[in-house]
Design a binder for this molecule. Structure first.
Ligand SMILES: Nc1ncnc2c1ncn2[C@@H]1O[C@H](COP(=O)(O)OP(=O)(O)O)[C@@H](O)[C@H]1O
Ligand SMILES: [Mg+2]
Length: 280
């Protein structure tokens, strides 16, 4: 096909040799199938964001480490420089997350670098070499649905064990390869420890997968993995291979931490009053 504008610099620099075809154009990015030497790969060309997505993205970027305080200050403002910095940080975040997740043993596309706003990565295919379908597009037996669910919960645990939450995980962002699910689309990956919305995003990710696979294996719909993994994460006890049950006993943890704090505060206040000799 005719080389799209965004990919010409990569051809000029010899990063890729040819653009074979366009795979999908969404509002955030356009994905192409490209050839590098003898390898067929995937190129994700990010679009510049509009004002609305600019605001929406701030919630994901909270708590992310950025290069310097100058960038940090700039990013917090909606100035042109701030916007440019934020935009660059957003586009970079996906390739960073992919390298980090591959290293952590999470099944994501192997990245091959990031050039001129373009991410080059492994093309995930089906058994015949065609681009893999999305999780929402396949029919599954109950047995396979349970297997994929277990696998994806372990993948989410693995991600969380290195401090990351996908943030937009759903049947649209999981591909089904011959060896099972592959998680894609990570520019919004969230820093679990630094983001106030982290648990809500984790819960949404986990429950989206539960809903999709629960269509084929309804017993999955009663599982409670998000709370269980979050509790371990918060206690600093979540490991890459932590075994979860999916049965989160709300009763056991019904002790509201705030109520504990109130009791402590009451006790402390009482002690202070006593010391001051004004115990009324
Ligand atoms: N590495 C990949 N291998 C195969 N197909 C891919 C790959 N990455 C993306 N795609 C396809 O392109 C679509 C859009 O990519 P995605 O990363 O989800 O971006 P967005 O949803 O922001 O447009 C995916 O739903 C999938 O069908
Ligand atoms: Mg997507």
């Amino acid at each position: 096909m005719k080389t799209p504008k965004g990919l010409q610099p990569l051809i000029d620099d010899g990063v890729i040799d040819e653009v074979l075809r366009s795979l999908k154009s969404g509002k955030e990015a356009t994905v192409y199938v490209v050839r590098s030497g003898t390898q067929v790969r995937c190129a994700k060309v990010y679009k510049d964001m509009g004002q609305r997505s600019f605001q929406k993205r701030t919630q994901y970027q909270e708590g992310r480490k950025v290069r310097g305080s100058r960038q940090m200050r700039a990013m917090s403002k909606s100035t042109r420089f701030g916007r440019k910095e934020q935009e660059a940080a957003w586009k970079n975040a996906e390739v960073d997350a992919l390298y980090q997740l591959v290293a952590a043993g999470v099944r994501v596309p192997q990245p091959y670098g990031y050039f001129n706003d373009v991410l080059i990565m492994e093309l995930v295919t089906d058994a015949d070499g065609y681009p893999a379908p999305r999780l929402g597009e396949v029919d599954l037996s109950p047995v396979i649905a349970r297997e994929y669910h277990g696998f994806l919960m372990r993948q989410i645990v693995r991600m969380l064990s290195v401090g990351l939450i996908h943030g937009d995980l759903s049947e649209f962002n999981v591909l089904v390869g011959p060896d099972g699910p592959v998680i894609i689309d990570l520019p919004q990956a969230v820093n679990a420890a630094g983001n106030n919305g982290a648990f809500a995003m984790l819960e949404r990710d986990v429950n989206n997968i539960r809903a999709t696979l629960g269509r084929f294996a309804p017993e999955l719909l009663t599982t409670e993995f998000a709370r269980e993994m979050w509790a371990l994460f918060e206690q600093g006890e979540l490991r890459a291979d932590s075994q979860l049950t999916g049965l989160f006993a709300r009763e056991e943890t019904a002790t509201d931490p705030n109520s504990v704090m109130l009791v402590i505060d009451d006790a402390r206040e009482e002690a202070i009053r006593r010391q001051l000799g004004r115990d009324e």
